[in-house]
Ligand binder design. Sequence first.
Ligand code: IVH
Length: 660
Amino acid sequence: MQDEFERVVTLRKEIEAANKQYYELDQPRITDAEFDALLRELLDLEANHPNWITPDSPTRRVGGEVAKEYVKVRHLEPLLSLDNAFAAGDLREFDRRVRQVAPSADYVVELKIDGLTVALTYEEGLMVRGATRGDGEVGEDITANVKTVGSIPLRLNDTASKLSVRGEGYMPKASFARLNQEREDEGQPPFANPRNAAAGSLRQLNSRITAQRKLDYFAYQVLATKELGLHKQTEVLTYLQRQGFVVNPEYKVFTDMEEVIAYCQGMVTERHRFPYDIDGLVIKVNEFALQEELGFTAKSPRWAIAYKFPAEQVETVIEDIIIRVGRTGVLTPTAVLKAVSVAGSTVSRATLHNLDNIREKDIRLGDHVLLQKAGDVIPEVVRVLPEKRTGMERLFEMPDLCPECQSLVRQDEGEVAYRCHSITCPARQREGIIHFVSRDAMAIDGLGPAVIQQLLDAGLIKDAADLYSLTFEDLTPVDRMGKKSAENLLKGIQDSKQRGLAPLIFALGIRHTGEKTGKILAQTLGSMDNLLSATLEELHAIPDVGPTMAESLVQFFSLESTHRFLAKLRDAGVSMTAEKSLQPQIFAGQSIVVTGSLERWERREIERIIEEHGGKAASTVSKKTAFIVAGERAGSKLVKAQSLGVPVLTEEEFEQLIKP
Ligand code: IVH
């Protein structure tokens, strides 16, 4: 372990130095392949020891985050993800929901190519930008690399004035095999799978390397279909082909979900015959009018779903079960596994969630178990292999004392979790600070778990509010913290004061209050003071705030410790009011449903207008709905609104409302 940790430190130094020589001094001392090998080695070590990852590790440049060296680009429309279906039942459920709104929908089923999303922008027929997905809103500009992909047209066949195309960049199996063979010949560690290889290649800062990697692209989506006169997904696919894109030829149209299911199940074995990796199928409602009618949830469209192939399962051994103490004091038993490779990476830890789960699956120390990756990402113990038991296996018991602070552990009434209730528990404090600085909370870069631990150990901070009084001198003794990183960190801490009310509420780590609730509370209440003085009834009246959430908020804000903590933040100058929207908040607290196909706006546009005016764009009509906006061919939602006596507005009437 110690050796590996030292290796991580050395690798980071070497990579940084190589980067500097390459980019700043323009005098590379090592080859691109040698550079890649160092980075891969570091990635693998960090994958095995996630708690060693620091936000400034060079691996973070290739992580999913926007790399510092790339220019960030905001996507015209966010790239959404898809809900997943893992079994026939999930697909039937999806079909049932679709049929409620669109009884006669056709489905297009496309292969789900296992690569990475690449968004392309064309202006006057020329390719002007290629970007990665990033966090869905902001991606990285990889135009130079995208241009090396032969199957991406640099010029369209029709010179449309502006076109946004989305599709999947991938590495064919043959290119992947050749690349790994070359790497092996040169003594380089191989890529785990074609997807990693494609992602690594497209995120190359040096596009010459991308060019050698033989990547490919399947296009599957265009934006602004209305203007292009396209009404169906199948029309989009033909249109894309006419423009010179490669469209995956395997797509099929079905009218019946049972046929879709049979097709999906057949693909589980068929999948291997394609010259590229697929990880499932994407099922889309064909007609755009129906897609609009179905709309979106916060994260994904309701008109599409991804069928994911069953996970690969492997056998391993539970060598130990250790306890992790989380931010809310929950003790999570975690299995230490004999390291195995599953679905593309090496796994040596898996959460066992809680004692109930351990008892239900009868997991014992020393057991042979089947392991898989849930949703292809999170390692999960599926079941024990009792036939492999020797009699030496031991039952696991939850400890009576918190392993971090030795205070008594209790299981609360009606809860499965065991908790450490000491609010001074060092683990809870540490995890609380880690959460406070995290990306969706106060977003303070350069403050990883290891640095936080050192600051706590040195007595420089006791809680997150203490971060705001750190000085340059405080940071210099911290291990591996150079002058530049210390300066950046201090700047990050200062900048976070203006982060805004919504992330601040989320950062407080109140039980049952996630990022979305933070936004809703900030939007409706406008300031921390209003939140502090809000009553249970007031909170409950806010759409989307349920009774459990309201109670947990009132409880949190009644604590003496909360008041002290907020006072410290306030004294430090942390902003505690929501930034004012530029629009008058005429729809504040109202839930509004849009249905049917609209003339004036794209569906997402009108939803954004509603939100900018303080309202909530909801998808289901209920007694609480303030009004609905109904376009052409509005269906069941209109009928429901009429039957409930909910006002129905036309587009013109809605436009009148928002006119200044
Ligand atoms: S449709 C809102 N079609 O799968 C529509 N996605 O979560 C979203 N993918 O990373 C995408 N093949 O890049 C669509 N034929 C296909 C696809 C596909 C692969 C990827 C996509 C995204 C993920 C969907």
